[in-house]
Design a protein around this ligand. Structure first.
Ligand SMILES: NC(=O)c1ccc[n+]([C@@H]2O[C@H](COP(=O)([O-])OP(=O)(O)OC[C@H]3O[C@@H](n4cnc5c(N)ncnc54)[C@H](OP(=O)(O)O)[C@@H]3O)[C@@H](O)[C@H]2O)c1
Length: 175
């Protein structure tokens, strides 16, 4: 029965990446990600019923400008933080789960945006169905990559160039 439920769930991983494949800079900053990308991300969220992130990504969002955070936190989407730390509780408006296997029980069309720590776990558990990359035309040179271990096998499904020189790529993940 659980297997059938999982079968009906779609998990899409979204990341904004530099053209050399980094999701943040070595000091943890995401300053290379232009302002409009956050607004595109908020628009993307409206197509999903759940948004999930790792504890570190949650903490990064808490450092955003209050208005930027408010726009995200007021979206009518279930916001889920994943952490094994029993002493950690996110603020009101976020749900907490302790294991990646709990996520598919929370919705049908799930958007995930995390760093390599959690992305690796989801990939290893074969839980990522699609990947959307918003590729920003700058080189970051060092920082965190989308995955720290094995890269997924992906099939490019669509590619769109924006006026600002970014490329929006959508992939299916093949296991
Ligand atoms: N450019 C982008 O698109 C983008 C998107 C998202 C994030 N980011 C950046 O990525 C950075 C964070 O990435 P990160 O890799 O350090 O962290 P992360 O993936 O956001 O979160 C890592 C946390 O997830 C939890 N976790 C890991 N494995 C788990 C498991 N098996 N079960 C349950 N929980 C598990 C752990 O929390 P506990 O230690 O509490 O268990 C771990 O510390 C931030 O700088 C953020 O700005 C960039």
């Amino acid at each position: 029965m659980f297997f059938m439920l999982y079968f009906l769930v779609m998990i899409t991983l979204y990341n904004a990446v530099s053209k050399d494949g980094y999701i943040n800079e070595v000091n943890g900053s995401e300053d290379f990600v232009p302002y409009e990308v956050w607004h595109e991300f908020l628009e993307l969220c409206t197509a999903y019923d759940v948004f999930a992130m790792g504890k570190n990504s949650y903490q990064a969002i808490q450092e955003y400008e209050p208005e930027e955070r408010r726009l995200f936190e007021s979206l009518p989407i279930k916001k889920v933080v994943i952490s094994r730390d029993g002493n950690f509780t996110p603020q009101k408006g976020y749900e907490i789960i302790r294991s990646v296997s709990e996520l598919p029980k929370l919705g049908k069309n799930i958007l995930l945006s995390s760093g390599p720590s959690l992305n690796d776990v989801f990939l290893k558990e074969k839980l990522i169905d699609k990947i959307i990359l918003n590729v920003i035309p700058v080189k970051v040179v060092s920082g965190l990559k989308q995955f720290s271990s094995k890269e997924p096998n992906m099939i490019l499904k669509s590619e769109k160039n924006t006026q600002e020189g970014r490329v929006l790529c959508s992939y299916d993940v093949v296991y």
